[in-house]
Design a protein. Sequence first.
Length: 162
Amino acid sequence: MALDANSTKYLAIVLVIAAAIIDFRTRKLPNVLVGPAALLGLILNYLIGGWKQCLLALLGAFLGVAVIALPKLLTRSKFKDPIGGGDAKLLGAIGAILLPAGLLSAAFYFCLLYGVFGVAAIIRRKRNPGQKPSTMALGPLIAAGVLLSMALEKQTRWLFGF
C-alpha cells in the first residue's frame, strides 16, 4: 500500500475514535495517545511529501494547540473551563496529521458542535436551576468535528475557498 493523503485520514480517524472513547469514559486525554499520534503525523507527512509537507504538519500542530490555548491565555477566565490541555494537544495532533487546512476545517465543525451543546446546556440549566452543572467530554465533539470535516470535505473546501 502506497502512502498518500488517505493514509493521514485513516490515522486521524483511528486517533479521534480512540480519543472520543477514552475522553468519554475518563474525562481525560492521555499524553500517551496524543503525543505519539502527533509524532506519527509528522513522520507520515514527511514520508508523503518531504520536508515541505513535514513543516506544514508542524504548522498544523502549532495551530491546533493555538486554537484552544490562545483563547484560554487571553481570557484567563475565573470560571471553571471545560476545555483542558488534553483537548489542545489532541487538536495539535490532528493538525500534525491533517495539516493546517484539515485542522481548520475540523476546528470549524468542532466549534459549531460545541456551540450547539453549550446552548443546550444553558437551556437545561435554566429549566433546572437547582441541578449541579455537569461536565462534558470534548473528545467526542472534536472527533465528530474531524469526521464531519472529512465527510463534507468538498463542501467545506468550497465554503472556505481552499
